[in-house]
Design a protein around this ligand. Structure first.
Ligand code: NAD
Length: 370
């Protein structure tokens, strides 16, 4: 079995879908691995490191040709996949709703596209879950970047020159990224509060030593542990809750997402205007439309003296760790279904049907077929 590791071509993408560690593990399973030259450079992995792990280094065409499984962080441009074998697998974060044309092109090429972000949130798939591994790092990075943009300290400091008070940080949306943001802000010494629309998060917030900020009736649990969209009445209630709380905050980290929809708007310009000048908002949902009015991907926007930041690809700002974890997610996935006798791993229906987008020239995923 030949595994190909592609160099990312999307602007700002610094990650790579394999590491020397996972290359060794694939080889131990009996596969051969070829890595596109320069694929790991922006994640601090040189061609020589991959070579030392047992991979062959080659140019793109040679890497793709004859590959049974292509690994990539983002879905590659179909125009840059010349020579790909029919039936080959492509395992990556494919953004199936945002990049639908690409998915159609993968189908037309006859490859089997596997969207790793569609991995079901079940216990046995936790180690294969790219959304979790990348969101965890993103939650950490959001707090670190907010702290470095903030012109004050996070912890309370009692010094001979006087006391510096602790920063107040408010985390909105307590999924994987939000939980890590709470933990990171607490470690830095901030006073942390957090909110969500899934009631079970109140206990998780408290267990991390933060204060849960909830309003009665503001519950919107969807399926699979995700949130659902709020009704208009609930939105008004949430706006009231946020208005009452946000003016006292120095740092706000927003992480709220709803699967398959634009990110919910949580913070309005009017609410930003009530915050103290010098406060910082990090909008982790900026690439999905933004939780914060006025936030722009990869720009520092200043509104009413408040700085609003957000990266279009936050994990790419932590390329080495993000690549290491992404690579392990892919390895854990392939390893779980590895079959020495078969041409490729054999997926079971629960995971296969969830992540497979294309097969035999057709779109086969229920979420895309509607
Ligand atoms: P997500 O990225 O989809 O959303 C982030 C958070 O925003 C969620 O907590 C969501 O409830 C919240 N949110 C949505 N709309 C909101 C609004 N209007 N106001 C405030 N908050 C809002 O979430 P996620 O990080 O992918 O986690 C979703 C769930 O999946 C969690 O319960 C998590 O623990 C669970 N999970 C399970 C597994 C597994 O079992 N394999 C793996 C990862 C995550």
């Amino acid at each position: 079995m030949k595994i190909a590791v592609l160099k990312e071509t999307a602007a700002g993408e610094t990650r790579v879908a394999a590491s020397p560690e996972t290359v060794k593990k694939y080889i131990a399973l009996g596969a051969s691995v070829s890595v596109e030259s320069g694929a790991g450079l922006s994640a601090s992995i040189g061609d020589a490191d991959f070579e030392a792990a047992g991979a062959a280094i080659a140019h793109r065409d040679a890497v793709i040709k004859d590959a049974d499984i292509l690994l990539s962080v983002q879905g590659p441009d179909p125009k840059k996949m010349a020579g790909v074998k029919k039936g080959a697998w492509l395992a990556a974060s494919l953004d199936p709703f945002g990049q639908r044309e690409r998915v159609d092109a993968y189908a037309a090429m006859g490859i089997e596209a596997l969207a790793m972000e569609f991995m079901p949130r079940i216990t046995r798939a936790q180690s294969m879950d790219i959304l979790s591994s990348q969101s965890n790092l993103a939650g950490y990075k959001a707090v670190i970047d907010a702290a470095s943009t903030y012109g004050r300290a996070f912890p309370m400091m009692m010094t001979a020159a006087g006391t510096v008070s602790a920063a107040k940080a408010f985390i909105m949306g307590v999924g994987v990224a939000g939980l890590q943001a709470i933990a990171t802000a607490r470690r830095l010494g901030a006073q942390v509060s957090a909110t969500d629309v899934r009631p079970e998060t109140a206990e998780q917030i408290a267990s991390l030593g933060a204060k849960a900020v909830f309003a009665e009736g503001l519950e919107a649990s969807g399926t699979g542990g995700y949130a659902a969209e709020l009704t208009d009445e609930q939105k008004a209630k949430q706006a009231e809750l946020i208005s009452a709380h946000i003016s006292k905050q120095d740092i706000v980290i927003t992480t709220a997402l709803i699967p398959g929809r634009a990110a919910p708007r949580l913070v309005s310009d009017a609410q930003i205007a009530t915050m103290k000048p010098g406060s910082v908002i990090f909008d982790l949902a900026v690439a999905q439309g933004g939780n914060v009015e006025g936030s722009e991907p990869d720009k520092l926007v200043e509104k009413h003296g408040v700085k609003i930041i957000g990266h279009s690809n936050t994990p790419a700002h932590m390329a080495a760790d993000a690549s290491a974890l992404f690579s392990r997610n892919l390895f854990n996935f392939l390893n779980a279904f590895w079959d020495k006798e078969a041409v490729k791993p054999v997926l079971d229906a629960e995971i296969g049907d969830a992540i497979r987008l294309t097969q035999d020239g057709k779109i086969v995923n229920q979420r895309l077929l509607g």
